[in-house]
Design a protein around this ligand. Structure first.
Ligand code: UDP
Length: 236
């Protein structure tokens, strides 16, 4: 199995077709963007860390009954994944108020939510990924009712598993973003990444931010924070 043509280049990853029509190769970059591409930069070593952290978590999730696109890590930055058509919604799962939710509802960052919140955004850079609800998703045919139910169910199970797993590593899972895809036979699988780029991770003791907010908010120590996450999860 070999790389053939580049299918897509996103903000943080490239995706290549391969000689196997059912498989792709993703390649993680060190490029960082925030605020819908307005802020640009580089986080040295991020590609390697996000590749390894994502694969580590996807393997754990697979072993806990969540189907994922993960197939095999082939290098520090590159992974073979199942070819899927991405469902054009971002699923945001929140345990603690932060970021855009804090702004929208004037909730102080760090406020524990009484119940886990799921939000959906339409993946569309030109529109700035607007928030949508279940009705929009069905009306726009982004997913069927059954698929959406499956996606929400997986998202809550992923949240429960990851929150408990990270708690043992003294990491609070504040919120995160998931994307799902459909394989050629119509199976819904977890796709994209789960990394400090897509999750808010707070140290449970010090409250220190160990995620992309250090880049978004110019807090410094971005590389160290990503390294710390890799160290706690993978022991290195
Ligand atoms: N998130 C993401 N990609 C996006 C938007 C959000 O990975 O395009 C993640 C973000 O890292 C955070 C969670 O989703 O963990 C909730 O983000 P929020 O809506 O608060 O937006 P932000 O403050 O990141 O703009």
């Amino acid at each position: 199995m070999e790389k053939t043509s580049q299918l897509y280049e996103g903000k943080a990853k490239k995706v290549f077709a391969t000689t196997d029509p059912d498989l792709c190769i993703v390649s993680y970059k060190d490029d960082a963007t925030a605020f819908n591409g307005l802020k640009k930069g580089t986080i040295l070593g991020k590609g390697v860390i996000n590749n390894r952290v994502t694969n580590h978590l996807m393997k754990l999730l697979e072993n806990n009954g969540i189907p994922t696109h993960f197939v095999e890590e082939i290098s520090d930055r590159e992974t073979i994944v199942k070819k899927v058509s991405i469902i054009p919604i971002e699923v945001i799962v929140r345990n603690i108020a932060a970021g855009s939710l804090s702004k929208r509802l004037a909730l102080e960052e760090g406020t524990k939510l009484g119940k886990t919140v799921i939000e959906y955004c339409y993946k569309n850079d030109d529109l700035g990924d607007p928030m949508i609800n279940e009705y929009h998703i069905l009306a726009m045919d982004f997913a069927t009712e059954q698929e959406l139910k499956q996606i929400a169910d997986y998202s809550l199970r992923i949240n429960k598993f990851l929150s408990e797993y990270l708690q043992d590593l003294k990491i609070e899972l504040v919120d995160f973003k998931l994307e799902f895809g459909k394989t050629s036979d119509g199976t819904i699988v977890l796709a994209d990444e789960i990394s400090p780029d897509t999750c808010r991770f707070w140290d449970t003791v010090s409250g220190e931010k160990l995620d992309k907010d250090r880049f978004r908010r110019d807090l410094g120590g971005v590389e160290d924070a990503y390294q710390e996450i890799m160290k706690r999860l993978l022991g290195e």
